[in-house]
Design a protein around this ligand. Sequence first.
Ligand code: AMP
Length: 188
Amino acid sequence: MRLVLLGPPGSGKGTQATRLKEDLGIAHISTGDLLRAEVAAGTELGKQAKAVMDAGNLVSDEILLGMLEARLGQPDVAKGFILDGYPRNVAQANALDGLLAKISQPLDAVVQLDVATELLVERIAGRAAEQGRADDNPESVRQRLQVYNEQTAPVVDFYAGRGTLARVDGVGELDEVEGRITAALPKH
Ligand code: AMP
């Protein structure tokens, strides 16, 4: 199963992707986690990305593409994958098409987690208290939501236009939401 999980910041993508990884036995590729690992390791890429991430903006398409290409080349990806946090704009969606065509591993499904904006802000505030992410401060959260609406929401339309999109209600118990996602996946 090769799946893209879309949704605004705070919609539960990361949480659900972690569960789906276990239940489906596939790789979880979070571009946010990959970037945070670069920042923590103090690499050149991490140094470039940190300020952009802390401000709630998108790291360059070029950096993301290089990082993703390297990750997709790792052996665990052969079992399938969940992409969490990529693509974040239409240029990335097109780049992903090219990348997957090159390795003959097209997507099986794209699932959008729908959550109302008021709830997102509440959830992110909860996460900030728990995890202390540098970009979970109010200003950065506002910017991330704006970036989502301006740049990532068109990605939803991009996949909807192709008929590969399933929209799932992201509000409810974790099991319930996961059940909705798995029900929306094509049967193999
Ligand atoms: P996330 O953990 O998915 O919320 O990502 C945290 C931050 O990493 C985002 O606010 C962006 O600054 C950066 N990031 C993650 N994925 C991408 C992407 N596909 N394109 C650009 N920036 C990204």
